[in-house]
Design a protein around this ligand. Structure first.
Ligand SMILES: *[C@@H]1O[C@H](CO)[C@@H](O)[C@H](O)[C@H]1NC(C)=O
Ligand SMILES: *[C@@H]1O[C@H](CO)[C@@H](O)[C@H](O)[C@H]1NC(C)=O
Ligand SMILES: *[C@@H]1O[C@H](CO)[C@@H](O)[C@H](O)[C@H]1NC(C)=O
Length: 656
């Protein structure tokens, strides 16, 4: 071969190679572009394998990664194509302006530059493929369950992918240095591209919508009444309700200002949210001595007051009469909700459209009794006989079945109701408490102002926060003892830490005795309380009362603060489920002290990180919106609406 024909031969190979790159890349660029436009919904509840356990559901970062990788892949392919196209153009021009010649031409192209250009273009393709592979891995995990939970389908899809693609890329890179094999490379690339395109279209369901729909039909329909975990994990539609319900609520006391207990706050948050969504709420409650009964600017909220009995309960005969009157005039009630025993079991019998929310059951209280008994000093009288409490449990086990549907406010209580109280599973539903996410949210400026207002010096590197009623069974004697010992024994702790105590009660004066390191703030209004959470580094709740789900913990979480609380089953089972969002301790002075020292050692940076995770979990589970949506669905499902019962009681995320 003489020099001219050799050059001509290699030029035609170059053109073939470039043609190949341009063709393959165009296909890829188009495919990836479509993939972006058709970006699959990453709603955690929508996996092809149905509602998976939370560990198997991909989080939002995976969805974000998917989009990012898609975009990188798109850019790489586009880059590669454009470079290849430019080179081709250069050769074309070098060959004589694109005119077809019958006589072979000697052309003058800088071969080194050409080779470099092809290398750059090839590198673009390699990166494009790698990013596409990563995007596919994310996509598979979102659709079929994460690798972390060893989903068989995910593994079956990902293993061939991560073997074939790198293999093909190695072949590609190895051969790119020998130009004679370029034709072969192009062949390999096209095979690979078709395979990936097929895989890609399979998982995005780009070509077979039909297939995807049947898959969902098979797997995604679940009977919501038998859903075993907290409903807060499900995503309900956020649009207007499919139907406006007439709801009766029985609650012993409607909250007054900020001195409400957990049950009343739950009643307020939930039912205001439901009324705001357009449901007609009739609230049967006791008239309060306070003449300024709160008024609400919501047209669908009606109050029916009655005088409490001597024991402070709702007068059952009176409220039942009021209820019957409301039921017979106008529309009958769709659903009845009672907060704890607001409506007693003697009246709730035979009502199928009724749900009761438990904010503390006797079985849980036994744990509190044991703790209190262990902490009791010899001089103190016995608070509650444990045998008496056990009999209370037996009593509850007997009358609880007279309520049709039970809502447990924590995973632990749900388990106890099913196992120990022997209530059928399809009548026990777990809906965790929620708090107003508009009030409780991170706001550094508010926190700073709060610190300034109360004169908290910069030298304090750890601000501990305590809130709630300052009474014995909220663990304040324990907290007081632990703090007193620590302030006495360790000067550094005293100089660098400060404890803010929000709330009122018998222990507020004792805390004041501890000196300047403990700042007692008194009762705070909700707005002030929100600032309080923003001013602290960690929220400490030493409660000994194993009842319901404490609202203060949820408020602190939504404010982005880590938690430290007593190791009670409802708390460790639903709120502080791991060390990544806080600390738990046994209700003893030694354990409390040890944990406080650990928090102090960990310091602000660690606490901030835990706080962010706490907020993430809070937003996922503990918002008032989430809670109201879950109750709304429960009420729709158990209301006497035979016609739509199936659709209300079925969970099918993709068609909502
Ligand atoms: C309420 O009224 C409806 C319709 O009249 C009736 O079927 C239902 O039994 C009533 N509910 C109660 C608890 O009385
Ligand atoms: C509930 O139904 C049972 C039988 O089904 C009946 O004996 C009982 O009297 C009813 N109770 C009420 C309060 O209506
Ligand atoms: C306080 O505690 C820290 C950590 O436990 C320790 O390093 C320090 O020496 C203690 N200071 C005093 C005065 O005990």
């Amino acid at each position: 071969m003489d020099n001219g024909s050799r050059r001509q031969f290699s030029t035609s190979i170059h053109i073939m190679a470039l043609d190949g790159i341009v063709n393959v890349n165009s296909l890829f660029t188009f495919a990836v572009f479509l993939g972006l436009a058709w970006y699959p919904i990453t709603d955690p509840a929508i996996t092809l394998t149905g509602v998976a356990e939370p560990a198997c559901v991909a989080d939002t970062t995976m969805g974000e990664d998917l989009v990012a990788f898609h975009v990188y892949s798109f850019s790489s392919f586009l880059f590669s194509s454009l470079v290849a196209f430019a080179l081709k153009q250069a050769i074309w021009i070098g060959q004589g302006g694109g005119k077809v010649r019958s006589v072979p031409m000697t052309i003058h192209v800088n071969t080194a530059a050409l080779r470099a250009g092809i290398l750059v273009s090839a590198a673009g393709s390699v990166f494009g493929c790698v990013f596409l592979m990563l995007a596919l891995v994310d996509l598979v995990q979102i659709k079929l369950g994460t690798l972390a939970c060893r989903s068989f389908h995910s593994l079956a899809a990902i293993v061939p992918l991560v073997i074939l693609v790198p293999f093909a890329l190695v072949v590609f890179v190895a051969t790119i240095f020998s130009f004679r094999c370029l034709c072969f490379i192009i062949f390999v690339l096209s095979v690979f591209s078709s395979i990936s395109f097929v895989i890609w279209s399979q998982y995005t369901g780009f070509f077979d919508f039909q297939n995807q729909v049947t898959l969902q039909n098979q797997n995604q329909f679940i009977n919501i009444l038998s859903f075993p975990s907290a409903w807060n994990h499900l995503s309900f539609p956020t649009g207007p309700p499919p139907k406006f319900l007439k709801i009766a609520l029985f609650v012993k006391k409607w909250p007054h200002k900020h001195r409400a207990g957990g049950l009343e706050r739950h009643a307020l948050t939930l039912h205001l949210a439901l009324a705001q969504r357009g449901h007609e709420l009739h609230i049967f409650t006791t008239s309060s001595l306070n003449p300024s009964f709160p008024s609400f600017p919501i047209g669908t909220l009606y109050f029916h007051l009655s005088k409490p009995t001597a024991a402070g309960y709702l007068d059952q005969a009176v409220v039942w009469k009021q209820f019957q009157h409301q039921n017979s005039t106008g529309k009958p009630f769709d659903v009845i909700h009672t907060e704890s025993v607001g409506l007693m079991h003697t009246r709730s019998r035979n009502l199928t459209n009724l749900a009761v929310t438990w904010h503390g059951i006797a079985y849980e209280s036994i744990h509190s009794d044991i703790i209190q008994e262990l902490l009791r000093t010899p001089e103190e009288p016995l608070a509650f006989s444990l045998t008496e409490r056990a009999m209370k449990v037996v009593e509850e086990v007997k009358f609880f079945p007279h309520y049709a549907h039970h809502v447990a406010t924590s995973d632990h209580v749900g388990e106890v109701l099913k196992r120990i109280y022997m209530i059928p599973e399809e009548r026990v539903h777990i809906i965790l408490n929620g708090v107003d996410e508009e009030i409780f949210k991170p706001n550094a400026a508010k926190g700073k102002d709060f610190k300034k207002k109360f004169g908290i010096p910069q030298s304090k590197t750890l601000v501990l926060g305590i809130a709630g009623r300052l009474v014995k069974d909220k663990g304040h004697p324990l907290m007081f003892e632990a703090l007193m010992q620590m302030l006495k024994e360790n000067d550094t702790f005293r100089e660098t830490a400060i404890i803010l105590v929000a709330g009122d009660g018998p222990w507020s004066d004792r805390y004041k005795d501890l000196g300047a390191t403990v700042l007692v703030l008194g009762t705070l209004e909700p707005a002030q309380l929100a600032s309080f959470y923003n001013a602290i580094d960690i929220f400490v709740n030493p409660t000994l009362r194993a009842q319901g789900l404490d609202h203060t913990l949820l408020e602190a979480m939504l404010s982005g603060k880590p938690l430290m609380a007593t190791r009670l089953a409802s708390i460790t089972g639903s709120v502080i489920v791991g060390t990544e969002m806080g600390y738990t301790f046994s209700p003893t002075v030694a354990s409390l002290k040890g944990t406080l020292y650990r928090v102090w050692h960990d310091g602000r940076v660690v606490l901030e990180r835990k706080g962010q995770l706490a907020r993430q979990r809070g937003l996922e589970l503990f918002t008032a919106t989430k809670m109201a949506a879950a109750y709304e669905r429960l009420f729709l499902c158990i209301s006497n609406d035979e016609e739509n019962r199936d659709s209300y009681c079925t969970y099918q995320p993709s068609f909502q």
